[in-house]
Design a protein around this ligand. Structure first.
Ligand code: NAD
Ligand code: TYD
Length: 350
């Protein structure tokens, strides 16, 4: 029987699947149970590499459906929880916030309740909740978010994540559960769903489509390579202090236009027939309530858990572009499915 038996909610999504890859590549003696609803963002192809590996078990269930959770997890043993499952896209939360409240708030509550039963019987080692820096709101030109920054969420997405963070916190204070929350900045890397900025720009370059930049492109995000993030989460699960929160980021602020221009430059050498790709940059109407700047101060996780990123931004962004160049069937399947109508609606008129 494996020592670590980890329930990974949302393990078929972008960060969750990268986390599963990291676990299965790093440990032989492990059991990983992925629980995922397979929404538009969940994709079993993300885990295809492990489909014949008996260290991995997949369970399809909706975390916001208590009955489904109880029946599908009946008899399944685990002693750690890594909670990734969420509705994750800010633009979708603006056009349809209800799913965000259901999954991110109610769903997190049901997962916490499930874990509480394990805790009561002495079988829960750790519950790690994956959250975002967006709960802290928007920064001006100066300063960074620390673990002590007050919550000030501005979008239905970040508000629902803030709600889930508060619930998690309360389970430490009320029930003494071994919970840890991590708040990270914007991730990028393999298996990133094409609706998000970086993959959208790479794929639109490859298809000779406009590159829609919101507003003037001067909003700033603090980009974190997903592989560094997953190593940090695993470290926090093993060495983190219960009841604490840890910010995860790599001091890598860029404005959106810089990111898009860099992707265009990388695409020029890889896809010369489309060069110069920056001719495709198209400024479009800004996102309502668009947060200006996020910036993470990662000093606490560096100091207390000795975490440092393994990858530089320059190598990781190239690796990311190459991943999309080398995995055309992965994204072509997504682009030809239900995502097509979302894209047409979101970017109509450009
Ligand atoms: P994603 O949208 O790529 O994946 C989410 C996964 O959760 C999908 O596999 C989906 O099927 C699953 N899911 C959604 N609703 C569910 C439900 N009701 N029941 C069960 N499964 C459900 O998201 P991601 O980018 O991988 O984000 C993972 C986590 O990290 C989220 O909690 C998100 O808030 C957080 N986060 C993401 C980023 C980022 O840059 N992507 C940054 C900070 C925090
Ligand atoms: P996104 O990847 O949606 O992440 P988040 O909103 O969680 O930060 O967006 C990253 C930044 O890119 C954000 O400032 C919005 C901007 N953006 C565009 O300019 N154009 C686009 O088509 C998208 C999807 C995002």
């Amino acid at each position: 029987m494996a020592k670590r038996k980890i329930l990974v909610t949302g393990g078929a999504g972008f960060i969750g699947s990268n986390f599963v890859h990291n676990l299965l590549e790093s440990y032989d003696d492990i059991k990983v149970i992925v629980l995922d609803k397979l929404t538009y963002a969940g994709n079993l192809q993300n885990l295809a590499k492990w489909k014949n590996d008996d260290r991995l078990l997949f369970i399809k269930a909706d975390i916001a459906n208590k009955h489904e959770l109880d029946t599908r997890l009946h008899g399944i043993e685990f002693n750690e929880v890594a909670h990734f499952a969420a509705e994750s896209h800010v633009d979708r939360s603006i056009s349809g916030p209800e799913e965000f409240v259901k999954t991110n708030v109610l769903g997190t509550f049901y997962i916490l309740e499930l874990a509480r039963k394990l805790h009561t019987s002495g079988n829960l080692k750790v519950f790690l909740h994956v959250s975002t820096d967006e709960v802290f709101g928007s920064l001006g030109k100066e300063g960074s978010f620390t673990e002590l920054t007050s919550y000030a969420p501005n979008s239905p997405y970040s508000a629902s994540k803030a709600g889930s963070d508060h619930l998690v916190r309360s389970y430490f204070h009320t029930y003494g559960m071994p919970v840890i929350t991590t708040n990270c900045s914007n991730n990028y890397g393999p298996f990133h769903f094409p609706e998000k900025l970086i993959p959208l720009m790479i794929l639109n370059c490859l298809q000779n489509k406009p590159l829609p930049v919101y507003g003037k492109g001067d909003n700033i995000r603090d980009w974190l390579y997903v592989k560094d993030h997953c190593i940090a989460i695993d470290l926090a699960m093993q060495k983190g202090k219960f009841g604490e929160t840890y910010n995860i980021g790599t001091r890598n602020e860029k404005n959106n236009l810089e990111i898009v221009q860099l992707i265009c430059k990388l695409m020029d050498s890889r896809n010369p027939e489309g060069a110069p790709h920056n001719r495709l940059i198209t400024f479009v109407a800004d996102r309502p309530g668009h947060d200006f700047r996020y910036s993470i101060d990662p000093s606490k996780i560096e100091r207390e858990l000795s975490w440092t990123p393994k990858y530089s931004f320059e190598e990781a962004i190239e690796e990311t572009v190459d991943w999309y160049m080398n995995n055309k069937s992965w994204w072509k399947e997504i682009l030809s499915g239900s995502y097509q109508s979302y894209y047409e609606e979101q970017y109509k008129g450009i």
